[in-house]
Ligand binder design. Structure first.
Ligand SMILES: *Cc1c(COP(=O)(O)O)cnc(C)c1O
Length: 400
């Protein structure tokens, strides 16, 4: 049990707490599912990009999937070896491509023909060969929230099969490109196995047809997206997931790259917030807390559900909206949520906040971002200090 009450005493609220032992367990469970095959679990850094979190996964042997050069720098700084770092994303600036190539990372996931042209040009300037992989958009509906669906032609991500083929042929004929992998990532918080399997089959078939024209790829990159339980979702087990992938790639001699983010961190994270007061507008009950949408935006952005626990409180529950101090009606952590009567300074623990929590935070309303604490082997340590007012204004000019 994590001693939330004493962590609140020490570090105050709002506060993120990460259970590093739980992260390790998730990592090892997934790694184990791919046992017997060459595989790299490349942690999707955007899910939780705190350097200590990345370092924790580095110590377990993880690679990193990054979507900006800033994330690439974080991964390398945290001790992920360059040969396990991948740079993905639909829009990369020239300077980002240049730095990624110079850093000698595993490969760049290319998402358009135009991007391939930029990568080729920059590699040529650098007098080197850029290792690349191409993100295929298999046009599969992943059956998740539209904001986190990425594998349909309606989404901005990846290229169609025919374009991918052209790009591989172009790479083969280029002195500056070295195509080493193939990639797909159809969405996040996936709870249905079928779409993942279908996408894997389509991409594996493309890999076989490339092989027939002498284009042999080493890495089969299945992206991330494995869903977790926030409420009562029935999720895909790592074993079934791995078996489906292995079924799709039968006969191919490849290293599997898997890019889990949410799966590794979501349920290992807690967001702690204190009750400021209760109020009623007519019959409507509100619990006003010191955490807000700038700390945890998932409820506001996706109407996401997070389980909320009123720490050390009992009594009959009635429905309340849990809202923060930010001046937006969309600023809520929960709607119509059953909670006992609460008082000033009671602590609410918002569960499943370890992925897309702190990282999606902002300074809206001139609110400093929360502190972050790691809990491991029964001890807690601060891994990011609370932002102060001075931190918030540090880059502003001409105000005097
Ligand atoms: C976001 C992302 C991931 C991780 O997604 P999760 O749902 O957190 O597992 C993996 N790969 C790519 C390319 C991504 O954009």
């Amino acid at each position: 049990m994590i001693p939330f009450q004493s962590l609140v005493q020490t570090y105050e609220t709002p506060l993120y707490v990460y259970d590093f032992d739980a992260m390790k367990e998730q990592f090892e469970t997934l790694k184990e599912a791919f046992r017997g095959r060459k595989s790299i679990l490349a942690y999707a850094v955007k899910a939780n990009s705190n350097l200590s979190v990345i370092k924790h996964f580095a110590s377990l042997g993880a690679g990193a999937d990054c979507v900006s050069i800033g994330e690439v720098r974080r991964a390398l700084m945290a001790g992920i070896p360059a040969y396990k770092v991948i740079f993905s994303g639909v829009g990369k600036r020239d300077d980002e491509i240049r730095e990624a190539i110079s850093s000698d990372i595993l490969y760049i996931n290319v998402e358009s023909e135009a991007e391939l042209g930029r990568v080729e040009m920059i590699a040529k300037e650098l007098n080197t060969k850029a290792r690349i992989s191409i993100r295929v958009n298999p046009n599969i509906d992943p059956q998740t929230h539209p904001y986190i669906s990425t594998g349909l032609h309606d989404n901005k991500f990846g290229v169609e099969i025919d374009a991918a083929k052209r790009m591989y042929i172009r790479s083969k004929n280029s002195d500056s490109l070295d195509a080493v992998g193939i990639h797909f990532h159809i969405g996040s918080q996936l709870t249905q196995l079928e779409p993942i399997y279908e996408a894997a089959v389509i991409v594996a078939d493309l890999m076989r047809s490339l092989s027939a024209i002498d284009i042999d790829l080493k890495f089969f990159d299945i992206g991330g997206g494995l869903g977790v339980r926030y409420d009562d979702e029935i999720t895909i087990t790592p074993y079934d997931y791995a078996q489906a992938i292995l079924g799709a790639i039968k006969g191919l001699d490849v290293t599997i790259i898997c890019e889990p983010g949410r799966f590794l961190t979501a349920n290992a994270g807690y967001f702690l917030t204190k009750v400021l007061y209760e109020k009623k507008n007519g019959q409507k009950r509100f619990v006003v807390v010191d955490g807000a949408m700038n700390d945890l935006i998932r409820p506001s952005l996706y109407n996401a559900y997070h389980r909320i626990e009123a720490l050390d409180k009992s009594g009959e529950a009635s429905l309340a909206d849990v809202v923060g101090p930010v001046c937006e009606s969309g600023d809520f952590l929960a709607k119509e949520y059953p909670l006992p009567m609460l008082e000033h300074n009671d602590v609410l623990v918002v569960h499943s906040a370890g992925a897309y929590g702190f990282g999606m935070g902002s300074n809206y309303n001139t609110r400093g971002r929360s502190a972050e604490v790691a809990y491991q082997d029964g001890t807690a340590r601060l891994i990011r200090a609370r932002e102060s007012f001075d931190d918030l204004i540090a880059l502003e000019r001409e105000y005097l």
